[in-house]
Design a protein around this ligand. Structure first.
Ligand code: AMP
Ligand code: ZN
Ligand code: FE
Ligand code: FE
Length: 281
């Protein structure tokens, strides 16, 4: 069982890296990808916890923005965590999330929603990449809404009046950085259209030119037609196909390993990293 895209409480998941690794072992996973948003801070704890038959594919889900302002998530896996420029890029994105949150709060306050940065900070685990899910949790804690899911269907949706984007690399820049750090780049849920505007099929050529290695096809936010289109694009452009849960603990409905990547597609991807970086006990 191979699940290449999960989150811990180092971003907007709710399990610690230790808890996630333990769950993965209990469920019999063979490869677990840990891809917290714009950070590698969960890697060390995961490495210390891994044992048995589980292998770790450490990575990060990098928030990107196209020149047209379309939000894209790029999974970087198996890159060198000590790569200086990669860490600078991740840090700059994390830094941009604070003023962005302030702007979202200002818009909410102006509309009469009583929520503050202190409320958001109280909902964010220590050291976690700040994101809308923490704002959602703060709104839940104040009794303004019932769940993260409700938040993302309304107030916190990309199309909402309160939405603000943050500074982020372009998808091509993120891919180039992942590859220069020795890793592989897989575009996450590219056709998850309910989140907001998405890329077009023709946009993939440019990403392949930048070094894209794979497409996340099997994901709960993509319907069967969208998956079929992505599979066709992957075939045409000779890209690996992945499936993953995008597990966030209790922060989302997604169950660990609800979608998986086939061993042959994983082998294909792993062979494209500059060296064997999978971590085993
Ligand atoms: P941000 O990175 O701050 O823009 O927040 C986006 C993150 O919110 C995504 O990475 C998702 O993991 C998370 N998210 C999106 N939709 C939902 C949802 N319905 N329930 C919980 N979390 C969500
Ligand atoms: Zn997330
Ligand atoms: Fe994502
Ligand atoms: Fe994710």
């Amino acid at each position: 069982m191979i699940d290449l895209h999960t989150h811990t409480n180092k971003s907007d998941g709710t399990d610690s890296p230790r808890e996630l690794v333990n769950k993965s072992i209990a469920q019999g996973l063979t490869v677990l990808g840990i891809c917290d948003h714009d950070t590698t801070s969960g890697w060390e704890e995961a490495i210390q916890t891994v044992r048995g038959n589980l292998a770790l594919a450490l990575g990060s889900e990098i928030s990107c923005l196209t020149h047209d302002g379309i939000s894209v998530h790029m999974l970087g896996l198996l890159f060198d965590g000590a790569h200086q420029q990669m860490q600078v890029m991740l840090e700059e994105t994390r830094d941009g999330r604070l003023p962005r949150m302030r702007k979202m709060l200002e818009k909410m306050n102006a509309a009469g929603v009583n929520i503050s940065m202190a409320d958001v900070e109280a909902a964010r685990p220590e050291g976690a990449t700040l994101g809308r899910p923490h704002l959602a949790d703060a709104l839940v804690n104040k009794g303004i809404i019932k769940s993260r899911d409700e938040a993302f269907q309304g107030m916190l949706n990309n199309d909402s009046e309160f939405y603000v984007s943050h500074a982020a690399p372009t998808p091509a820049d993120a891919i180039a950085m992942i590859r220069s750090a020795g890793g592989v780049a897989v575009i996450a849920h590219p056709f998850a259209s309910h989140r907001g505007e998405i890329l077009q099929a023709s946009d993939f050529h440019e990403l392949v030119a930048a070094g894209l290695n794979g497409i996340e096809v099997d994901h709960r936010d993509q319907n069967p037609e969208e998956r079929a289109m992505l599979r066709a694009i992957a075939r045409e452009l000779d890209l690996a196909v992945t499936g993953s849960s995008d597990y966030h603990g209790t922060g989302k409905l997604n169950s660990l390993a609800e979608f998986q990547t086939s061993p042959s597609e994983w082998e294909k991807l792993e062979a494209l990293a500059d060296k064997r970086r999978v971590v085993r006990a």
